[in-house]
Design a protein around this ligand. Structure first.
Ligand code: NDP
Length: 499
């Protein structure tokens, strides 16, 4: 018996990975599958290319990265169509993703020298006869492993910063979105044709595992928490440093002084954009009791208006067919434990689509509250006050982003969320702010992409001291005398022994 292959499931045939649309099953494109030897070879070639790239300096790289940014911006409609064909994402969502990615390429290119370039730092009195210099040098070859849900933004969030820092990049796209990954690398090669500075290796998870062991100098992973642990274990064998951007279960808190229309609009967008397949998507809302009913009504009204379908709809298909079972299980479990479907419910799962579903009064120990659902579903639970909301929001091992709606206390609440990021009176906006770092805590991973921290993630700090005068109080020499040591002790007591 031949197994039924659901649309969207990647297929390997004749040494090629064939990517198909989750909506229609039509072929989106094909790429060659890399063998372990191919992966090693790609890293070797990238090592040589990386030396050339590093040698261009910040100015040469900036100029080329800005040309790449221009090219992506000019062809953004074409790329969005490809994202749609391969992953099912609505074209408008694809365009928003691409504009965010373009902004990151721009910022990384323009700021790499300022953040990473050589500079003097201040000396302290204790070593005043030395000057201090700091710079961040490239690691060499950075391996990037990416997911399918944001196939442009997530790899660029690592790759553009790694490239701006002077590294070469070998990228393993998700098996669900290899053609978009190849598009990124091919477009980069158009503006940097000289050397394979940015390369792909394609295949299933084993190719990602091979990349971890292929001698890369750093590995930047974006994907699920389960795979992040495997990546870290593989990289531990060679003490290869890792950056892990993993899953999430982000919460929104709605306070009593919130603008409820704005909160409902943002909750629906945050939960259901990209059919809910967003690492920083809002999956849980905690609304304080006095505004709970009105908030739920507004969410249901807005989510009920969303269109679902293959073309020009608000909500597209679920990209990874196996996720449909997870979404169904979460809805069933929430209802079986006493939750209520204010919109949608078990019948909402109509492969390859899931209609918007709003679950209320869902027990906190149910799968819909504790596990990543990755569908256009949302749980909304009432809480006594913001302290209870924060306690519940912080109760999970994940800690990626979050959102707060309110006026007086909103920023204070955002600061108390156990997460790497938060938006006040909006959702997901921190991902587009290229000046801010992006990353999680706990099971959501560690390390940062984007912003200054994101640039430093891809450089090794190199610290240099330089003597500029004779030491008045010599300490780091066998030539010091007992009188020098006595003077040192006196100086230390004067400097640090008081106040
Ligand atoms: P997966 O963890 O399944 O896959 C991520 C990548 O890892 C894919 O390229 C995958 O290849 C590869 N991979 C699989 N097995 C291994 C292995 N043993 N060693 C090395 N690489 C491997 O995640 P998804 O692609 O399903 O992406 C969805 C997840 O990503 C969600 O949990 C989401 O929250 C998270 N995510 C996190 C983000 C963040 O910034 N924190 C942003 C976006 C998504 P293949 O596809 O071929 O299996």
């Amino acid at each position: 018996m031949t197994a039924v292959r659901l649309p969207g499931t990647p297929v390997i045939e004749g040494g090629h990975l064939i990517s198909t649309s989750p909506a229609t099953g039509g072929e989106a494109g094909r790429v060659p599958v890399a063998t372990p030897a191919d992966v090693e070879h790609a890293v070797e070639r990238a090592r040589a290319a990386g030396q050339w790239w590093a040698g261009l300096g910040f100015t040469g790289r900036r100029e080329r990265l800005l040309r790449w940014r221009r090219l992506i911006a000019q062809r953004m409609e074409q790329l969005a169509e490809l994202v749609h064909a391969e992953g099912g994402k609505p074209v408008a969502d694809g365009l928003v993703e691409i504009l965010t990615a373009v902004e990151h390429v721009d910022w990384a290119a323009r700021n790499a020298r300022r953040v990473l370039g050589p500079r003097r730092v201040r000396s302290r009195l204790i070593l005043a006869e030395f000057s201090a210099h700091l710079e961040y040098q490239p690691h060499g070859v950075v391996g990037v492993i990416g997911p399918w849900n944001y196939p442009v933004l997530t790899p660029i969030g690592s790759a553009a910063y790694a490239l701006a820092a002077g590294n070469a990049v070998v990228f393993k796209p998700s098996e669900y979105t290899p053609v978009v990954g190849q598009w990124l690398v091919d477009s980069f090669a158009e503006v940097v044709p000289e050397q394979p500075v940015f390369a792909t290796v394609h295949g299933l998870g084993d190719v990602g595992a091979a990349l971890c062991r292929a001698g890369v100098d750093k590995l930047a992973f974006t994907g699920s928490t389960a795979t992040a642990k495997k990546v870290m274990a593989a990289c531990a064998e060679s003490l290869t440093p890792v950056l892990l951007e993993a899953g999430g279960k982000d919460a929104m808190i709605v306070d009593s002084d919130a603008d409820l229309d704005a909160a409902a609009e943002a909750a629906v967008w945050g939960a259901m954009t990209n059919a809910g397949q967003t690492c920083i998507g809002i999956e849980r809302v905690y609304a304080v009791q006095p505004v709970f009913d009105a908030f739920v009504d507004k969410v249901v009204e807005r989510a009920g208006r969303l269109t679902v379908g293959p073309e020009d709809a608000d909500v597209g298909p679920i990209t990874m067919p196996s996720q449909l079972d997870v979404i169904r299980r979460h809805i069933d479990d929430a209802l079986a434990r006493g939750g209520r479907a204010a919109l949608g419910g078990p019948d909402a799962v109509q492969p390859p689509y899931v209609r918007p579903t709003v679950l209320v009064d869902v027990p906190e120990d149910s799968a819909a509250v504790r596990e990543e659902t990755f569908g256009p579903t949302l749980t909304v639970n009432p809480v006594r006050d913001v302290d209870e909301a924060i306690a519940r929001a912080n109760a999970l091992p994940y800690g990626l982003g979050g959102s707060v709606f309110g006026r007086r206390r909103a920023v204070a609440i955002a600061r108390r969320l156990r997460s790497g990021m938060a938006s006040v009176n909006s959702t997901l906006t921190f991902a587009g702010m290229s000046t801010l770092p992006f990353g999680g805590v706990g099971e959501s991973g560690f390390g940062r992409i984007h912003g200054e921290d994101g640039l430093r993630e891809f450089g090794r700090a190199k610290a240099v001291t330089r003597r500029r005068a004779r030491s008045l109080l010599p300490s780091t020499t066998f030539e010091r005398t007992p009188a020098d040591v006595a003077r040192l002790v006196k100086a230390v007591k004067m400097l640090y022994g008081r106040g």
